[in-house]
Design a protein. Structure first.
Lengths: 524, 293
């Protein structure tokens, strides 16, 4: 068992987990989920499970300490004649220290396991020897559960949630197996109690969850795994290909990443539904976006929301940035000034976003690229609006919207080309070759078809991409396809699941001739 | 309570019907996707071993199972020439025992061998429960294995029947030319170690033994000479396993059955596999053994 897509997971582990969950009394279902979650973690990462246990213990202990300090602060504030301001300041200082200890401990584990090795190698490449850190491997999902751990601690500190006295509930919140590999990054208030309650498996949940999982399987196996046959050879040896092939690879990689990641999220959300737990959505038709900022509100939604709540707002509301905002407003006006000052918080967000994906320079460049695009977009927005008004161009017209969609798509493709590159330098080089060395003849002379996918593969991808577009358009209009099928009765439900499964079986890129691909975000 | 039970029963029935309908559709598609003849041009995978299906019914006396050690060591044509024994090699590269079991089942559909020789190297190759499940599913629903044929389906795939008109001239043997000497200085050095056998291999070996017994075939475990793959520790394990199963075990690397391999001339890849000269020696030795059983 290596992922949610392993036959042994889908045919044995998950059915056994669901049956065991439903078979035990409701009050014991959390134990089944926790046991299944640790068993899954063990199967994928072995003894590294100790790190998720350690993080859980730290988070539970620090959360309890924060809760206790919060209670004592409330008592101190309630004392007659208390200097409320002094009490608040004193306890805020203590709680900040406690919070910092918990956050630093969790980030230190993440740092040691994920970043220390690559940074030591990077330093060595610059001629600086910092010693070789011990390599113990990377526990599955550490980047995801660490963010959940930090969000819980900050939420307890802020008083948004009450510190959980129950370590088992916290452990389940952090390690719930459908989300441990690639998220979504959940907040404690969203899922902890629902996981603990042990809602029964219902017919509707089973249908809705299974159909959602099959849809995710189709995205992953029909499109993403098939595109890997083209994308991997090009990015493994880009010097062997011309600019046109690299440009096509950038387009196909973007589609591959979307289908891989959102397909895995479909499985996660689907499994959550089967267990009666509503996991947050991580994708909302991102390719319908009109701006890069909107794209990131629709792509990896829970990471964007986490960065907004735990990086952007704290930095924006910090005293130095507030002073900077005030000064900028006075110097540049009420609209441009705050936009200029917001660059500080935005830079922090995008550095965090880039580096969260890894220590490679390509991720740093990826973050800086989006920072530049989004920040400059915000800065020029007033001038752009004024220019449109002067020229009489309707910003809600089809032409303008189409241009915005096209521009956003190009921005995204450039970003993904950088993201997939082996380094920032290679990203820039490939970008240059795709833009300046583009030879349209390669599209027609068979060059593209010689890379790893034949015409039938391209046709399969095109048909499924069109289907994705249609479903996306329906969802943009508020349609809920699975609800509609549910209402149509058992024949429609069975037919949908049957069609999806048969489609995956026949058109999936698996078996002889295909290289198995690990879920792409599981390595981040 | 009663209503809940009725609703739950209805839901289970709906789910069971959906699963049954899906399996029925996949079974129907399997008839379309399965290659209509046992040749690569019809989409057949591992054409060389499936050539056994093209042999006249009941004509094969000995089946050789295993991985590349099997198909580079046992030569059915030589065996026929020297002993008058008909045989076929069902070896493929990196074969896992779940596939070995599958191939044995397919061969037994048309053949009644008196001996099944299992080359032991593949027993030590690990495979997962998932791989075993996939193999079982592929045997039951061939569309799972041949699904990619949607790109090349022809009208006759829909209505045609499955035939096997082709067989491999060398009966599954792959003779390798050339010689790369091996360092055999520590080959089969004395050791108290006993190599571990993957638990799933043991499950499948037991099943293969039972299958042979049901088919009236005698199972013989044979370890072919290989400095890279074989060791005293593995020999010790196989002796124990053979004893537990009550089957014959012949190790051509050591002891009374040892074959005199010249490791400077009889291997084409430094002791991993035998070349045609090594295969000639092994086949002669195995022929003598088969003549006795």
């Amino acid at each position: 068992m290596t992922s949610y897509f392993s036959p042994s997971f889908l045919a044995v582990f998950l059915p056994v987990a669901v049956l065991a969950y439903q078979a035990v009394p409701r009050r014991a279902r959390w134990a089944v989920l926790l046991a299944a979650s640790y068993a899954f973690f063990w199967a994928l990462s072995g003894w590294l499970v100790v790190f998720v246990v350690a993080s859980t213990a730290i988070v539970w202990g620090v959360g309890r300490a924060l809760g206790a300090e919060s209670s004592r602060r409330a008592l101190a504030l309630a004392e007659p004649g208390a200097d409320r301001r002094a009490v608040r300041q004193r306890w805020q200082g203590r709680m900040r220290l406690t919070l910092a200890a918990g956050v630093v401990a969790n980030l230190a584990i993440l740092w040691a396991l994920k970043y220390a090795g690559p940074l030591a190698s990077f330093a060595a490449s610059l001629g600086v020897s910092v010693g070789e850190p011990p390599s113990v491997g990377l526990p599955i999902g550490i980047s995801f559960y660490t963010l959940q751990a930090v969000s819980y601690l900050v939420d307890v500190y802020r008083g948004a949630v009450v510190a959980d006295a129950n370590p088992a509930r916290l452990a389940l919140f952090l390690a719930f197996f459908p989300q441990i590999m690639e998220g979504p990054i959940c907040r404690y208030a969203q899922t902890a109690q629902a996981l603990w309650e042990g809602s029964p498996v219902t017919a509707r949940g089973l249908f809705s969850g299974s159909a959602r999982m099959l849809w995710g399987l189709a995205k992953r196996m029909v499109v993403a795994d098939r595109l890997n046959s083209f994308v991997r050879p090009v990015f493994d040896d880009p010097a062997a290909y011309d600019g046109c092939v690299i440009a096509v690879a950038a387009v196909l990689y973007t589609l591959q990443l979307y289908c891989d990641f959102s397909g895995t999220m479909d499985l996660a959300v689907g499994m959550g539904r089967i267990f009666g737990v509503g996991l947050p959505e991580n994708f909302r038709q991102p390719f319908f976006s009109r701006t890069a900022a909107e794209f990131w509100q629709r792509w990896h939604v829970t990471l964007g929301a986490w960065l907004k709540d735990y990086v952007f707002y704290p930095v924006s509301l910090s005293a130095p940035v507030r002073r900077l905002t005030g000064a900028a407003r006075r110097a540049l006006g009420g609209r441009v000034g705050p936009a200029v000052a917001s660059g500080v918080a935005l830079l922090a967000v995008w550095l965090a976003n880039g580096l969260w994906h890894g220590a490679g320079t390509q991720y740093l460049l990826f973050g800086l690229y989006y920072f530049a695009v989004i920040w400059l977009g915000a800065l020029v927005a007033p001038a752009s609006e004024a220019l449109c008004a002067r020229l009489g161009v309707s910003r809600d017209g089809a032409l303008w919207r189409g241009l915005q969609h096209a521009r956003t798509l190009v921005v995204v493709l450039v970003g993904e080309l950088i993201f997939r590159s082996a380094s920032a330098a290679q990203g820039v080089e490939l970008l240059g070759r795709a833009a300046l060395g583009f030879r349209a003849a390669s599209l027609a002379d068979g060059t593209v078809l010689a890379v790893g996918m034949d015409a039938a593969d391209f046709a399969a991808v095109a048909v499924f991409a069109a289907l994705l577009l249609v479903v996306g358009a329906l969802r943009e209009r508020g349609a809920r396809p699975l609800d509609a099928v549910w209402r149509r009765g058992p024949v429609a439900r069975g037919a949908l699941c049957c069609a999806l499964l048969v489609g995956v079986v026949v058109f999936g890129a698996y078996g002889a001739g295909y290289v198995p691909v690990d879920p792409m975000y599981a390595s981040f | 309570m009663g209503n809940r039970l009725v609703r739950a029963s209805r839901s289970l029935l709906e789910a069971a019907l959906a699963v049954a309908a899906t399996i029925a559709v996949l079974a129907a598609l399997s008839h379309v996707f399965v290659p209509k003849n046992n040749q690569a041009e019809f989409g057949q995978r591992d054409e060389r071993v499936y050539g056994v299906l093209g042999q006249p019914e009941g004509s094969v006396e000995v089946l050789f199972l295993g991985d590349s050690e099997a198909y580079t060591s046992f030569s059915p044509l030589q065996l026929w020439d020297e002993r008058g024994i008909t045989s076929y090699v069902l070896g493929t590269s990196g074969q896992k025992l779940c596939y070995t079991r599958s191939l044995l089942g397919r061969a037994l559909e048309r053949q009644r061998p008196r001996v099944v020789v299992l080359e032991t190297n593949c027993l030590f190759r690990s495979f997962s429960v998932g791989e075993a499940l996939v193999r079982l599913a592929q045997d039951a629903l061939p569309v799972l294995e041949y699904h990619d044929r949607w790109k090349s389906l022809r009208p006759e795939d829909v209505l045609g029947t499955v035939r096997a008109t082709w067989t491999d001239e060398a009966r599954g043997f792959v003779g390798k030319e050339g010689a790369v000497p091996a360092d055999a200085s520590s080959h089969m050095a004395p050791s108290d170690e006993v190599a571990g056998l993957p638990w799933l291999s043991r499950v499948y070996l037991d099943d293969i033994a039972r299958t042979c017994e049901r088919a009236g075939a005698r199972l013989v475990l044979v370890s072919t000479p290989s400095t890279r793959n074989w060791s005293t520790a593995r020999h010790s394990r196989m002796e124990r396993v053979a004893s537990e199963l009550g089957v014959d075990y012949v190790d051509l690397n050591v002891g009374k059955d040892r074959v005199e391999i010249d490791w400077s001339r009889d291997t084409y890849d430094g002791g991993d596999h035998l070349n045609v000269d090594g295969a000639r020696k092994v086949t002669s030795a195995v022929g003598a053994l088969l003549a006795r059983v």
